[in-house]
Design a protein around this ligand. Structure first.
Ligand SMILES: [Ca+2]
Ligand SMILES: [Ca+2]
Ligand SMILES: [Ca+2]
Length: 505
């Protein structure tokens, strides 16, 4: 087999449909990037969305960005070669609204990637710039990433929320993914239903395949009213009639704060964790809740620094939460909480642990502490090394020792990389993140495709494929078909782009 499958993938925001933001793999060395992608196929500079995340397939990194072309600014979904950092292909999309930071989602079964721009979703082949479908929602998609729902219970579905941050007209959408069949009258991309969820901004849904439930948080009816969390059945009798299902349960936040982010699901412990963003009140304006996934019953609520980031489960009944903003009485901070079945408490905050009051005014001023985290960045936990990778507003990605068990536990930076702005993704031995100079990759380049097994990757591999010689299952799905040829062609294009770029230097 010519293709290595140890290279791994990162399919969606926070890694998986439960939004665990956890990897079983160690982080790579951050000493120097393997490559930085900053130019498109025409050597024009790409502007990526600074705080966005990226999806990673076996061969390509998927993310959106803009390019200044002679006719104006064009937004595109880019597929970037994991081996070389060169653009393999791109596809135009609508411009995102409100500097939306959306992470694309990979549907492995359908071999597609789903991106968003404006009010539209775009479903594109993983291997070539082939648009499978696009669907327009009622409102723009802002900071919300889709979740792919696949289980034995029915056909594939995608769930996404649209934006109405301070009104009451946002919805959770159920969208069909699979081709029509005897039991499925819908075309891929059809909206099956749109369930009203009030005000919504940045609320990425999560999915549990065992119970076939979709969970989504929301801002609340208006910004000064409590946030909500809803559970919906992913497949319901009314799906073919366009009637949205009634929520299985609705949780109402005990404070007046709303949820502006996603939630994490721990199905084995029947738990959902989510944090709110409170607009006033220093570093204690938000709250972190744990509720039962089965009933929506609250287990506990604890005060936290404001956040739209997803809480991360750590060993020893602890949670990590990226919080805060520089200003408005808040500061960027990584917070660690400890919990029991019925209560939780703040154990540690990076801003207080690293604070030195150098001007002796008893106020935590900018520059007196080490920033780690922030309300709009998503850290990753590595269970292999017990470390957290977290970005901050100083554009430094830090890997921290997560062995934080008491207020006295040190703030230990194991390694760091400068000029990183976006939420990191881990795939195999690689870490990818958007930075100030482009998309950056760390770790060794993944294995290359070698159809004719001569030890190099070039046009001869395409000739071999056309002549039915060699290892032709390029995408490793067990079948040999045009998807393999598409992928091979895209990989060759990225190789050529790379060689041209090197020739220009
Ligand atoms: Ca001070
Ligand atoms: Ca070859
Ligand atoms: Ca194949």
């Amino acid at each position: 087999m010519s293709t290595s499958f140890a290279q791994g993938t990162w399919a969606t925001l926070a890694s998986d449909s439960a939004r665990t933001a956890t990897t079983s793999l160690p982080f790579p060395s951050l000493v120097s990037p393997a490559w930085t992608c900053s130019k498109d196929e025409n050597n024009r500079t790409i502007t990526f969305v600074a705080r966005a995340g990226v999806a990673v397939g076996l061969h390509f990194v998927y993310t959106t960005g803009s390019v200044n072309e002679p006719g104006g600014t064009t937004w595109k979904l880019f597929a970037i070669s994991r081996r070389t950092g060169a653009i393999a292909w791109s596809l135009p999309i609508d411009a995102p609204e409100l500097e939306s930071t959306v992470t694309p989602a990979i549907d492995e079964r359908g071999a597609n990637v789903i991106a968003s721009g404006g009010s539209s979703l775009y479903c594109v082949s993983l291997y070539a710039p082939t648009l499978r479908w696009s669907t327009q929602l009622d409102n723009p998609i802002v900071n919300a990433s889709p979740v792919i729902a696949r289980s034995w219970r029915g056909t594939g579905r995608l769930f996404i929320t649209d934006y109405d941050g301070f009104g009451d007209a946002a919805s959770l959408y159920s969208i069909s993914l699979d081709p029509p069949s005897a039991s499925n009258p819908h075309q891929p991309g059809d909206i099956l239903w749109a369930a009203p969820i009030g005000a919504s901004s940045g609320n990425s849904p999560a999915y549990d395949a065992n119970t076939d439930r979709v969970f989504v948080a929301a801002v609340g009816l208006y910004a000064s009213n409590p946030g909500k969390i809803f559970a919906f059945p992913a497949h319901a009798p009314g799906d073919n009639t366009g009637t949205p299902p009634v929520p299985l349960w609705t949780f109402t936040n005990p404070t007046s704060n709303g949820f502006f982010g996603s939630l994490s699901l721990d199905a084995s412990n029947d738990a959902i964790d989510a944090a709110t963003y409170g607009f006033s009140g220093s570093t204690s304006s938000g709250n972190l809740v744990r509720i039962r996934a089965s009933t929506g019953a609250q287990q506990w609520s604890v005060t936290c620094n404001r956040s739209a980031s997803i809480p991360i489960r750590l060993p020893g009944n602890r949670l990590a939460l990226s919080t805060g903003i520089q200003g408005f009485g808040s500061v960027p901070s990584l917070q660690i909480f400890s919990s029991t079945a019925s209560s939780a408490s703040l154990l540690w905050s990076s801003h207080t642990r690293t604070w030195s009051d150098s001007n002796h005014n008893s106020i935590i001023d900018s520059g007196e502490f080490t920033p780690a985290g922030g309300w709009n960045t998503q850290p990753i936990y590595s269970s292999a090394t017990n470390q957290l990778a977290v970005c901050a507003n100083d554009n430094i990605l830090r890997i921290l020792d997560a062995n934080i068990t008491s207020p006295a536990s040190p703030f230990t930076v194991v390694q760091s990389a400068p000029n990183i702005t976006g939420s990191p993704s881990i795939a195999g031995s690689n870490l990818y993140a958007i930075g100030t100079t482009g998309l950056v990759a760390f770790g060794p380049a993944p294995a290359f495709v070698d159809v004719n097994t001569d030890g190099i990757f070039d046009i001869e591999d395409l000739y071999a494929w056309e002549q039915s010689r060699g290892s032709r299952d390029v995408n490793g799905d067990g079948q040999i078909n045009l998807a393999d040829r598409d992928l091979l062609t895209s990989l060759l294009r990225a190789n050529e782009t790379q060689e041209q770029a090197e020739g220009r230097r």
